[in-house]
Design a protein around this ligand. Structure first.
Ligand SMILES: NC(=O)c1ccc[n+]([C@@H]2O[C@H](COP(=O)([O-])OP(=O)(O)OC[C@H]3O[C@@H](n4cnc5c(N)ncnc54)[C@H](OP(=O)(O)O)[C@@H]3O)[C@@H](O)[C@H]2O)c1
Length: 385
């Protein structure tokens, strides 16, 4: 059977692979969700998805699955991929090279890379290597498949250089981020399953950011613990205008055997107290001075820009209601991940009103132990609607 002649079947396979990949959209953002499969004799003998940010790409996963499928390589008719393979180095090597190395003779592409810097380059690399490419651009519609990726590449987003920011918080049934005073000491809003997930999430970002309010209240370590991925742990970032973080804070403790902690960055206002600055630097922190707004809070756009300049692409915001609300209000949050625990009441403000002002796009609702988890993309920052 000549593959080229069976375009509708190829398109059906591409759409099927795309659907599976979409399940991972909150885990790969800002990357696009991509699916791939290896076709033999009209059937998909192997499938792969890009399952999480920083993880292997779909093509690599599908080729590895095909290699262990038992179907001989000579019987692989084509690699199907929902989006043009990448041709540049990111968190992983270029997929075009992995495809060439796999020795497959034909690649079917469901959509061209929408990024003008890369569009067509992946295909060009494959063709140069003698691989037949069937370009079925438009079979997978990126506006449906990965609208977050199109937003990430939009002119407005490129003009506001800031990391893709995931705001994560746990709230009680009434929306508070701090458990009621009556709860037992050390009691968490979310259960152990949710806490384990948070460590996985921490292992898949470049930075974790919090505010001084959380440092004062919880003295967190912001480390990655099992089951999170602990190689190259994320930078730990604190927004602390007046450098009130104590040098004895647990952030500066040596991580334990089962945990990993990245370098500590503290943002403060310009011209901080020299003594406090020196003490924190001696404790191991790097200090970054940024302008403040209203003489009270740090300029969050300036903070985000500095983080972006330092190569932080995906940032996890794990702060209290004050900084989380301010980041949402400034339009600096791209995605939310909200755990609602099985606990009533609580202390402090809720984020309900702030969320009402933000337009949330597609969402995913999951049950995690005794918590519910809601992921959603922020599609429109406040002020722009
Ligand atoms: N449930 C959860 O997921 C969760 C997560 C974290 C914390 N918490 C709880 O939240 C409570 C602390 O809340 P919080 O709101 O005080 O802490 P926060 O949001 O973590 O930190 C707020 C602090 O960040 C600093 N900051 C600097 N620039 C800012 C800006 N532009 N906008 C806002 N803040 C800025 C300010 O301190 P300076 O003026 O000193 O710079 C501000 O007081 C604690 O009870 C903690 O347990 C809950």
């Amino acid at each position: 059977m000549a593959l080229e002649l069976d375009t509708p079947a190829l398109q059906a396979h591409l759409r099927d692979l795309a659907q599976e990949a979409r399940d991972h959209r909150f885990d790969v953002a800002p990357n696009p969700c991509v699916g791939a499969g290896v076709l033999s004799n009209g059937k998909l003998i192997a499938r792969g998805v890009h399952a999480h940010w920083g993880g292997p790409h779909a093509e690599v996963m599908a080729l590895a699955a095909a290699a262990s499928s038992g179907v001989p390589r000579a019987a692989w008719d084509a690699l199907l991929v929902t989006l043009e393979p990448c041709s540049s180095f990111g968190k992983t090597g270029p997929c075009s090279e992995a495809i060439i190395a796999a020795g497959i003779s034909r690649v079917v592409v469901g959509a061209l890379d929408p990024d003008p810097r890369h569009r067509g380059r992946g295909i060009e690399a494959l063709v140069k290597a003698g691989i037949e490419v069937i370009n079925l651009d438009g079979s997978v519609l990126l506006k449906d498949q990965a609208p977050h990726f199109l937003r990430w590449l939009s002119i407005d987003r490129l003009r506001q250089p800031s990391p893709w920011t995931v705001a994560k918080w746990a709230q009680t049934l009434t929306g508070q981020l701090t458990p009621p005073k009556t709860s037992e000491d050390g009691q968490w809003i979310s259960g152990p399953e949710a806490l384990a997930e948070v460590h996985v999430l921490r292992g898949r970002v470049d930075g974790i950011m919090t505010g001084f309010g959380t440092v004062r209240a919880d003295n967190p370590r912001l480390t990655v613990r099992s089951p999170g991925q602990r190689d190259d742990p994320p930078v730990r970032i604190v927004l602390d205008s007046d450098l009130r973080t104590p040098p004895e804070a647990r952030l500066f403790e040596q991580p334990g055997e089962d945990e990993a902690g990245g370098p500590v960055l503290i943002f403060c206002r310009i011209g901080p107290d020299v003594g406090r600055a020196r003490a924190l630097e001696e404790a191991g922190a790097e200090l970054l001075e940024v302008r403040s707004v209203n003489r009270t809070s740090l300029d969050l756009k300036a903070v985000s820009q500095r983080l972006h300049e330092r190569g932080i692409q995906r940032l996890l915001l794990e702060a209290g209601p004050r900084l989380t609300a301010a980041m949402l209000e400034e339009g600096l949050v791209d995605q939310v991940c909200i755990y609602t625990g099985d606990m009533r009441g609580g202390e402090g403000p809720t984020l309900g009103n702030t969320l009402l002002a933000v337009r949330l796009g597609e969402r995913r609702d999951l049950e995690v132990g005794n918590c519910s988890r809601m992921d959603a993309f922020v599609t429109l920052p406040p002020g722009s609607h």
